[in-house]
Design a protein around this ligand. Sequence first.
Ligand code: GRF
Length: 198
Amino acid sequence: MINISVFISGRGSNFKAINEAIKCGFIKNTKISMVISDNSDAQGLLYAKENNIPYTIIDNREKHEREANILKTLKAYNIDLVCLAGYMKIIGPEIINNYPSKIMNIHPSLLPSFPGINAQKQALDYGAKITGCTLHFVDALVDHGPIILQRSVKIDENDSIESLSAKILYYEHETYPLGVQLFVEHRLVVLGRKVIIR
Ligand code: GRF
């Protein structure tokens, strides 16, 4: 059994997509053992409650304390994989070193283009014709680690931030569960910057 911890700060739609993929058997032999949020008002916590998924709020302002609490929780629940899903804090080196190639994040652009916040707005403002989403392993730099999967999305002339975000999110909800499934089946091999899918 693979134990996942999903980290959220808000809506939690990717968290839900991963859990639904487990529930319907697309991802086998896996459970979300702990949801960690830095925001007690995160909408995604309602879904955790409704589905009896354990969750905890770790919202220490001091980064060192917060990270120590997170690490303790991950160890206590024997977590094998961390899925960052709209988690708005930067993960520090101690957690990353404890979970090498075991922390994933999804970002709403085709990295390395448009890292950081408001990636959809960045793509629109830049005049890009194509953007998308990137599932990647987390390393010490923000939105930088080895790329697991990407999906492209066409930007139409009349797209708004909202319409583009919705189009990208649709693919995020396919991409994240697929990446988790590949991880669970031990099919992801990280060679430097490259992730080979066996
Ligand atoms: C998504 O757009 C994801 O790419 C970004 O944050 C957003 C999270 O959405 N990292 P949700 O909370 O999973 O609905």
